[in-house]
Design a protein around this ligand. Sequence first.
Ligand SMILES: Cc1cc2nc3c(=O)[nH]c(=O)nc-3n(C[C@H](O)[C@H](O)[C@H](O)COP(=O)(O)O)c2cc1C
Length: 201
Amino acid sequence: MPTVLFLNACLREEQSRSLRLARCFLDRYTALHPEDTIIERNLGRERIEPLYADTFAAQEALLEAGKTDDPVFALSHQFTSADKLVIAAPFWEQSFPSVLRIYFERISGKNLTFYYDADGVSHGLSRAKKCLFLTTRGGYFNTPETQWLEMGANQLKAICHGLHIPEFRCISADGLDIITNDVEQIMAEALERCVEEAEQF
Ligand SMILES: Cc1cc2nc3c(=O)[nH]c(=O)nc-3n(C[C@H](O)[C@H](O)[C@H](O)COP(=O)(O)O)c2cc1C
């Protein structure tokens, strides 16, 4: 049965507009693919530890010894065995909440998410071929002039590239904190795109 891994980094929880996009997408996706298993990780609650000098060294030693089945790598194996990846996070400090960054730091690694072949070429170990990112932003960062300031979706796209996940898609609702904007109208348009995306994802 195909597995969809849903990384929820929406720290405002049920008030989160990014989470609203994700729930809309997943509701439609689940209706269309009742056989799929959706695994949700609530990164805002799980308190996944960042790597420190000692835990990094311990992890490196395990990998050096080929012990990739150690329980410390369970998150990595869950990640690589997912068929599709869905991420929801708000735009924070030009990027996304740090819990999401920590998650990727913890799952990534040689012989966990990628390996080098005899010629030194890197290959991915993830089953997932596509990732959908759902986000909302206070200002506008999806125009040609402001796009360079956007390090949330752009960073995730780069991370997916590094993880050999070739297709990265993003739905965003921008300008939600600009008081003259019609927030519900902007959200309605983004929610519509979520429904459309579910039809083809
Ligand atoms: C801690 C924090 C940092 C934020 N940083 C930015 C920012 O750098 N640029 C921006 O346009 N909006 C920023 N915002 C506004 C959010 O992107 C916006 O309100 C978004 O819709 C929140 O998503 P949510 O409803 O899913 O929590 C920030 C909000 C918070 C709470």
